[in-house]
Design a protein around this ligand. Structure first.
Ligand SMILES: [Mg+2]
Length: 411
């Protein structure tokens, strides 16, 4: 087990039942406003038993459950409880990421990963929630990756505990519906059906390439790996690119100096890329220019359009090779007075999906880059750097600390 996912059951309704004991044990629906023209944004278990689901409109809810009590939502209260819940979970295991007001994921470490220990931990968490509110229940999912842990947490409600073991994958998923898979919405389901696939079992018979084709993106391929329990960071929903920008001090406002600053930004970004265990399939650069002021003219000056260029590249995370690409891009940069430079790396893919390079020296180059990263981490940024940026070392101070990169452990 690598991940524990926690999903509060009937969260808003449970908080209301905690705050107002007279509502406990009764079917209630939470509505944004008390009016006939709205729908339930949450329902208590007791209301769910009558078929009242999230999103059902008030008229329908009353038809399904005539004695349902409608309660106006108190968002601030739910956020307050949220913070107390996170604290309670944190007292059992550090919360790796908070996904929403009622969902969080925890990366398991060391002995926690053994199923009996992970199970005990889940029960401890459930217990600690009761200290926040006696009415609070959660469903817990345990799995080899975060994606599957979320799916597991959805399977048994309320107060459930479900685990997917690596050795049972993907067969353990065959009982699910396609729409049970996170990321398979109605449109996606239609597209999968269009390919003659109607069950998760059939989906699991496909190759990574076929999945990629159906999804028309690398996401399909990722899903193939996730369904088999692979655990890799794929900040795909958030991080598709990374990069940095810097406003040039006056002494660097030439085309040549701007390139050096851009190379330095690249040097930092490439180190981040390696730290994230990702590869870039593209590189881009942007330069904004100072306004042009014709002689004997003291008006506003004339706007010079920014220069922007990018190229797709063979998947790469090596600083030297990336510098070569950037220098090549720079050929098309006009010789205006630059004000700001930026670089970005895009089409990022994680290690697991990186098509291994056929170039022999890639591995050696990669080792050099890694050594440089290690030296810089140990002795401070710029302890070791690549030739070409030394003239601008005092520019673009690095504000990124490796420990504070967000999204690092997302999925
Ligand atoms: Mg929930």
């Amino acid at each position: 087990m690598e991940w524990l996912f926690l999903d509060l059951n009937s969260y808003f309704a449970s908080v209301e039942q905690q705050e107002r004991p007279e509502l406990r044990g009764r079917p209630i629906g939470i509505v944004p406003l008390i009016t006939e023209n709205t729908c339930c944004i949450a329902a208590s278990y007791e209301a769910k038993a009558y078929g009242v689901k999230t999103g059902v409109n008030v008229a329908e809810a009353k038809l399904l459950c005539p004695h349902i009590e409608l309660v106006e939502a108190r968002p601030k209260l739910y956020v307050e409880y949220h913070h107390r819940i996170v604290e309670a979970v944190n007292s059992c295991i550090p919360v790796t990421s908070v996904m929403s007001v009622d969902e969080m994921a925890c990366k398991l470490m060391g002995r926690e990963r053994a199923l009996p220990n992970a199970t005990t931990l889940a029960l401890d968490i459930k217990q600690s929630l009761r200290t926040v509110g006696a009415t609070l229940r959660c469903s817990v999912g345990l799995a080899p990756n975060r994606y599957l842990s979320k799916i597991a947490s959805d399977l048994c409600k309320p107060d459930g505990l479900t685990a997917f073991l690596l050795r049972d994958l993907p067969q353990a998923l065959y009982c699910l519906k396609l729409s049970d898979l996170v990321g398979v919405g109605r449109a996606m389901e239609k597209r999968i059906h269009g390919n003659g696939i109607t069950t998760v079992e059939q989906l699991c018979q496909l190759s990574p390439e076929q999945m990629r084709r159906i999804w028309n993106s690398v996401l399909g391929e990722r899903l193939w790996h996730w369904l088999r329990g692979a655990d890799f960071h794929s900040p795909e929903f958030k991080r598709k690119s990374l990069g940095k920008q810097h406003v040039l001090p006056p002494k660097y406002r030439t085309r040549e100096q701007a390139l050096f600053v851009a190379l330095k930004l690249l040097h930092v970004s490439a180190a981040n890329l390696r730290k994230l265990k990702m590869w870039a399939g593209g590189i881009g650069a942007v330069v904004e220019f100072l306004k042009k002021r014709p002689a004997r003219f003291d008006g506003e000056g004339v706007e010079v359009p920014a220069w922007k260029a990018h190229m797709r590249i063979h998947e790469c995370r090596d600083t030297v090779i990336l510098q070569g690409y950037l220098t090549k891009l720079w050929d098309s940069c006009p010789a205006q007075e630059p004000l700001q430079v930026g670089i970005w790396l895009f089409n990022l893919v994680p290690d697991e999906l990186h098509t291994l390079s056929l170039f022999e020296d890639d591995e050696k180059r990669h080792r050099i880059s890694t050594v440089v990263d290690e030296l810089n981490q140990r002795y401070g940024q710029n302890a070791v750097y690549f030739g070409g940026i030394h003239s601008v070392l005092d520019s673009a101070p690095t504000r990124i600390s490796f420990t504070s990169i967000p999204d690092l452990d997302d999925f």
